[in-house]
Design a protein around this ligand. Structure first.
Ligand SMILES: *Cc1c(COP(=O)(O)O)cnc(C)c1O
Length: 441
């Protein structure tokens, strides 16, 4: 690998990352969807396929998880205005934010309370479907609610599933797999919260703990699975299936916006701020949004200053060939969902032309906005989920970026800024009290 000094000479921004400075980088190499799409290697048809699979499973989910009955087994979250939070940010950062601000509450998705209820659950369902179709014990045209029964549980118990996680992916995959009857083991990194491990064990999931970070947990999960031909490893670093589960969010949001009369077009741009760990969640959602709204949606990724893996990979073009630890950055952050040192090589390479920018922020800032959002909007999130909150301030201050997009003040006044809240809905009260106490003025 290139020495750190020569990397800094070529990319001065890397020095700031090493110094744990908060940075904002608008990628000058973004392209239109037409130009960028072929590099993704997936298309509208692949999202449609995922969407239809989720629809087939909806009757099953409605039965297996009664909390999804009111949406008929469709796992979806609300999108809400956050006017008071917007005013707070404007005052705090002395920056007028043109347009309106909204929050996408994936934090409150049913079953597992995070964005991982999209990709994680979807991949387990896709795997389960393949097994039963191959075995000839279910047809695509059947009512999948029959899966909620002892004989299917017994069938799935012959198979196992393994995954490495910082917490939330393990929760989604563990709960879903155990419900179907799979034997499931979750390899948890040191960042994973105790309550998530406890919750999983109570569902009959085997939790294996590591003192190392996410990369090691994934590697061990992969090794374990390789030894057992009946074990399916869910590969958060490379999986197209996970990615497509997340991507379904695009058409769902489009539908929600149209119900609320929110327009997205050339004169009404949509900016979306997504917390990024390994990249599958934000990458998949961004892909879905691009397919739904085309060039009128602009996605930005947010990472902790201690774990800027995607920014580092995309900015230097090294993608998964470099980890933040290679530069002496420790990957230790309160934002456990984002504590990833090496980005997905697949997502970075697939999506780099379609993501407008990347920024980093301190843990303190996440805690500050966590408390403000709780007080002002009565929405409680985990620290990772606040990474997007300062995004609209960056865009509002990004004069060069706005000029490059040829955005006038009039257009910006019609903008919608959507902060993707990625987790926190299931955090126990006592844990939440600790989060809230982290930031006292
Ligand atoms: C996993 C996670 C993310 C990021 O998703 P990646 O696929 O790892 O990039 C963001 N926020 C929370 C709360 C998460 O659990």
């Amino acid at each position: 690998m290139q020495s750190t000094n020569s990397l800094i000479t070529e990319f001065p921004l890397v020095k700031k990352l090493i110094d744990l400075e908060e940075v904002m980088w608008f990628n000058p190499k973004i392209t239109s969807l037409d130009v960028g799409l072929p590099y993704v290697g997936l298309d509208a048809e692949s999202i449609k396929d995922a969407s239809e699979r989720l629809r087939r499973f909806a009757p099953y989910l409605a039965k297996a998880f009664p909390e999804t009955a009111k949406t008929k087994g469709i796992i979806e979250s609300d999108v809400v205005f956050i006017d008071r939070m917007k005013a707070c940010l404007e005052a705090q950062y002395q920056t007028p934010i043109s347009g309106r601000m909204m929050l996408k509450k994936d934090s409150h998705l049913p079953i597992s309370g995070s964005i991982k209820a999209r990709g994680g659950i979807y991949e387990v369902l896709a795997h389960a479907e393949k097994l039963v179709l191959n075995a000839g014990i279910l047809k695509e045209s059947d009512d999948y609610s029959v899966l909620h029964n002892d004989s299917f549980n017994a069938f799935f118990s012959q198979y196992s599933i393994a995954v490495g996680s910082t917490g939330n992916l393990g929760m989604s995959i563990g709960i879903m797999s155990a419900k179907l009857g799979f034997t499931v083991s979750v390899h948890m990194s040191a960042d994973a919260r105790e309550w998530k491990k406890r919750r999983l064990r109570s569902h009959g999931v085997t939790v294996i703990e590591y003192e190392q970070d996410y990369g090691m947990a994934v590697e061990q999960g992969r090794l374990e699975a390789a030894k057992d031909p009946t074990c399916f490893f869910i590969d958060d670093e490379n999986s197209r299936t996970l990615f497509l589960g997340y991507a379904v969010a695009g058409e769902r949001l489009k539908q929600q916006f149209s119900e609320k009369g929110i327009v997205v077009d050339a004169e009404h741009p949509l900016f979306v701020y997504l917390p990024c760990g390994v990249g599958g969640g934000p990458g998949g959602v961004a892909f879905g949004l691009k397919m739904a709204f085309g060039d009128h949606v602009h996605c930005l990724f947010a990472e902790p200053t201690h774990s800027p893996c995607m920014l580092l990979g995309v900015h230097t073009g090294l993608h998964d060939e470099i980890a933040v630890q290679d530069l002496g950055i420790d990957n230790v952050t309160a934002a456990d969902g984002l504590a990833v040192g090496r980005a997905s090589g697949f997502v970075g390479r697939a999506m780099e032309r379609l993501i407008d920018g990347y920024y980093t922020l301190s843990d303190e800032r996440m805690y500050l906005h966590l408390r403000e959002l709780s007080e002002l909007e009565n929405v409680r999130l985990e620290p990772s989920a606040l990474a997007g909150m300062i995004g609209p301030v960056h865009v509002s201050n990004g004069a060069e970026y706005q000029a490059r997009l040829k955005m006038t003040d009039n257009t910006l006044a019609n903008a919608t800024h959507l902060v993707w809240a990625t987790g926190g809905g299931m955090v126990p009260e006592a844990e939440m009290a600790k989060y809230l106490a982290k930031s006292v003025q």
